[in-house]
Write a protein that binds this ligand. Structure first.
Ligand SMILES: Nc1ncnc2c1ncn2[C@@H]1O[C@H](COP(=O)(O)OP(=O)(O)OP(=O)(O)O)[C@@H](O)[C@H]1O
Length: 551
């Protein structure tokens, strides 16, 4: 069995490995194979799909909680109607061509229910979903929506890019705001209340704004003010004014700003019915502990003490915790906050009580190596099934040029390159631009405007390579991203999974290449073992990715 650790940040490899400044290297002889057999990458290498995993489709029958069975349907071969872009490479620094739009193929579509109407959503919300181009729910949406609608507290765990945001937004919008279900007397009139009905917390400004846009997409232009962003970095008094004037039903924000405004008495959340913690394992980390403490104490809290204990105290609030990586510490916390909480995965719903610390919730245990099928299943619960993973050995001073050759070899149009230290990002961008590749840096030290402008340019195709740090590892949704490159190694398998998950969104193809120095290869081997996925060595010769087969 795969055991789970009790804390989120497992620094399995100690400190992140050193990376010094990068010299100005333009041309070198690359990747000697030293007697190893080199083969061309096989484009037909079929990805593992969810359906090949054979997850259980029913609720656990031993479950003491009387949850209804969620009916499973065959996976239809339908693509969602999302717009996806491609790029025409121009190679000239000054020309910032916008990518030509083309569809990125969805290789293994994670859809099981045939339509949203099967999930018990109100007619107006169904209409808005249709208008927004969402026609078929993903597996995790099919599992989560009816479960939350039945009133359960849930932990939603499913791989990156599988549609977890809508999985919790849809049940909330079914009960909160102008799209909600009609009441028993047939009224659907949305009455503005003084208090907030749903609080959604996300660890970064970017992720918070992304969630706001997803809510706005469904609310439509006339009801946009039903949701209010409370993210850090933005003008606080304007946010407070908007709360007062618009009386939003839903707020989405970062822990610091929500806690700040709440402490100032400008955010009334005591009768709140939904609390969502998106990227819950990150939110429950040490960094956010004080702000999260305030939020957990004040959102949905009934006034006056409750002699029946903490569970009764929280009975009015539904707590929804979400992440691709769920350590057992989150399960433990969820058990103490919720009443009969359930774990919702793409094809399985089970009571949290049934999750054992040694059960395969996730990828988080350094494995000793015996049960490879268990490891594979656990990894695939966090990583998109259509991803391909490689590593490439390069000297430190050649890493950026290796990245450039990797982008050309894979003809990648939309690339996210991760580094560990903010100071090095500028250098890498400079080198890429010097070789005619349009690149930009994104990190927390940049101002609010610079961050959103860069992200916008990346999303609309003006920037081909986004060089960034851990800020972008979680939640960032750019459907067109077809390549993730680790220029520095992630600190552990959780970080690897979140970085990797920026590509291969919603069943699309994607490649993850980790560029490391020879002494770092052992770390890649460890990641490979922990994640239960092959990360073969490769090199980029003659403009192609060549897989190196080990003896
Ligand atoms: N049913 C659907 N049909 C089409 N597109 C969808 C559907 N559900 C979600 N999407 C789109 O898929 C993309 C990924 O969804 P989302 O960001 O919610 O994934 P996620 O599981 O939360 O990922 P991460 O773990 O990285 O945060 C988004 O662009 C979203 O709009």
């Amino acid at each position: 069995m795969l055991a789970l650790p009790s804390t989120r940040l497992l620094l399995l490899f100690g400190e992140s490995l050193p990376s010094s400044r990068l010299p100005n290297v333009s041309r070198k002889v690359w990747g000697q194979t030293s007697g190893r057999f080199v083969s061309q990458v096989n484009p037909d290498n079929g990805p593992l799909t969810l359906s090949s995993l054979g997850f259980k489709s029913d609720f656990d029958k031993t479950n003491k909680i009387k949850a209804d069975k969620i009916e499973r349907l065959d996976v239809p071969n339908e693509e969602p109607k999302s717009k996806v872009r491609g790029v025409g490479s121009n190679g000239i620094k000054t020309v910032k061509a916008v990518r030509v739009k083309k569809s990125l193929e969805i290789e293994s579509a994670p859809f099981s229910a045939k339509s949203f109407s099967e999930l018990g959503l109100p007619p107006m919300l169904l209409e808005r979903l249709d208008t927004a181009g969402f026609t078929v729910p993903t597996d995790v949406q099919s599992a989560a929506v009816p479960t939350i609608l039945k009133g359960h507290d849930v932990v939603i765990q499913s791989y990156t890019g599988s549609g977890k945001t809508l999985a919790y937004l849809l049940p909330i919008l079914s009960e909160v705001g102008p799209l909600k279900k009609k009441s028993a007397n047939g009224e659907s009139e949305f009455e503005k209340k003084k208090e907030i009905d749903a609080v959604i917390v996300a660890p970064s400004r970017e992720l918070g704004m992304q969630i706001v846009r997803e809510v706005e997409k469904l609310l439509g232009p006339t009801d946009k003010k039903v949701v209010q962003q409370l993210v850090g970095g933005a003008n606080r008094s304007r946010q407070e004014e908007a709360l007062k004037k618009n009386k939003p039903a839903i707020v989405v924000g970062t822990p610091g700003r929500i806690a700040e405004i709440s402490a100032a008495g400008k955010l009334h959340t005591h009768s709140c019915r939904f609390l969502v913690l998106d990227e819950v394992d990150e939110l429950l980390s040490f960094n956010f502990r004080e702000d999260m403490h305030r939020i957990l104490e004040h959102v949905g809290r009934r006034t006056g003490s409750d002699p029946r204990g903490s569970i009764a105290k929280w009975a009015a609030r539904r707590t929804i915790m979400v992440s691709a990586t769920v350590p057992f510490s989150v399960i433990r916390a969820a058990r103490s906050w919720g009443s009969d909480p359930l774990l919702v995965q793409a094809k399985k719903v089970m009571p949290l009580e049934a999750v054992s610390p040694s059960g395969p919730v996730n990828i988080l245990k350094p494995t000793s190596g015996s049960d490879s099928s268990m490891r594979t299943q656990a990894a695939l619960q966090s990583l998109p099934p259509a991803l391909k993973h490689y590593h490439c050995v390069a000297k430190l001073q050649h890493k950026v040029d290796t990245l450039r050759r990797c982008v050309h070899a894979l003809d990648a149009k939309c690339v996210i390159a991760f580094m560990n230290h903010t100071k090095q990002l500028k250098d890498a961008v400079f080198k890429l631009e010097a070789r005619g590749m349009v690149a930009a840096e994104l990190h927390g030290d940049l101002g609010k405007l610079a961050r959103s402008t860069t992200l916008k340019k990346f999303k609309n195709g003006e920037v081909r390579v986004l060089v960034t740090n851990e800020l972008s590892a979680r939640g960032l949704d750019v459907a067109e991203c077809d390549l993730v490159v680790n220029l520095d190694l992630p600190t552990d398998s959780i970080h690897y999974a979140h970085r990797a998950g920026r590509t291969g969104r919603l069943g699309r193809k994607g490649t993850v290449v980790t560029i490391c120095e020879e002494p770092e290869v052992f770390v890649v081997k460890k990641l490979q073992k922990q994640l239960g996925i092959p990360i073969p060595a490769c090199e980029f010769t003659e403009g192609k990715l060549n897989v190196i087969k080990e003896d």
